[in-house]
Design a protein around this ligand. Structure first.
Ligand SMILES: Nc1nc2c(ncn2[C@@H]2O[C@H](COP(=O)(O)OP(=O)(O)O)[C@@H](O)[C@H]2O)c(=O)[nH]1
Ligand SMILES: [Mg+2]
Length: 193
């Protein structure tokens, strides 16, 4: 899919501000710095439509990016930000859980982890919320440019084995530096919209 006119629509801090047009939403979930904003930019070939700096203060902010009035990418606050207090982190977790459980427009959750590392305890916790929400989900093993290209398939499989040993959740490599992975992700996204 080629998005012609991607637009940042709103940073919503309360649910009254969420879009009311009923377009399907594809939600990016992952810890701070894993590459959620970069993922959006790479998928639409823009350098900085989605802001890639983490703003740990804005724990309840959802950024809605309108993709040609076909769907939204929704950039969620990252969890596990090291400078956040335990209390703040718990609040982010609750907020994300509430949004996932109640927002009818969500058609797919894109769960990002770092291909180089074992998922963190926060990753496992958040993955659990995602699965319990019952919503369709895919796992993205991001930053795959950081490992040798010949290791990517094996490392992706390894991430899947850790999070989803049954193997029923599609798990794909991705990199904001290497464009080659976007097409496969687009194919999946198109199916869910
Ligand atoms: N090498 C590499 N760096 C990445 C990739 N994706 C994101 N980054 C970098 O990781 C940092 C955090 O990215 P960002 O998109 O802001 O993460 P977010 O907090 O999850 O939204 C930035 O410095 C990005 O340039 C990737 O696929 N490969
Ligand atoms: Mg971000």
């Amino acid at each position: 899919m080629i998005i012609k006119n991607p637009q940042f629509e709103i940073s919503a801090v309360k649910k009254e501000q969420y879009p009311k047009n009923g377009l399907p939403e594809i939600v990016l979930v992952g810890k701070s710095n894993v590459g959620k904003s970069s993922f959006i930019n790479t998928m639409i070939n823009r350098k900085k439509l989605a802001r890639t700096s983490s703003e740990p203060g804005k724990t309840r902010q959802l950024n809605f990016y309108n993709m040609d009035n076909i769907f939204y990418f929704v950039d969620l606050p990252g969890y596990g930000y090291s400078k956040m207090s335990k209390q703040e982190q718990a609040k982010v977790g609750e907020f994300i859980e509430y949004y996932l459980a109640n927002r009818k427009e969500i058609c797919l959750i894109i769960f990002l982890v770092d291909i180089r590392h074992k998922p963190t305890s926060n990753d496992f916790l958040m993955y659990d919320y995602v699965i319990r929400s019952g919503l369709p989900c895919i796992i993205i093993a991001n930053k795959s440019d950081k490992i040798a290209i010949t290791k990517v398939e094996e490392a992706t499989k390894h991430i899947q084995n850790q999070l989803n040993p049954i193997g029923d959740i599609p798990t794909l490599p991705f990199s904001s530096e290497r464009k080659i992975y976007s097409d496969n992700v687009w194919k999946i996204i198109e199916k869910y919209i």
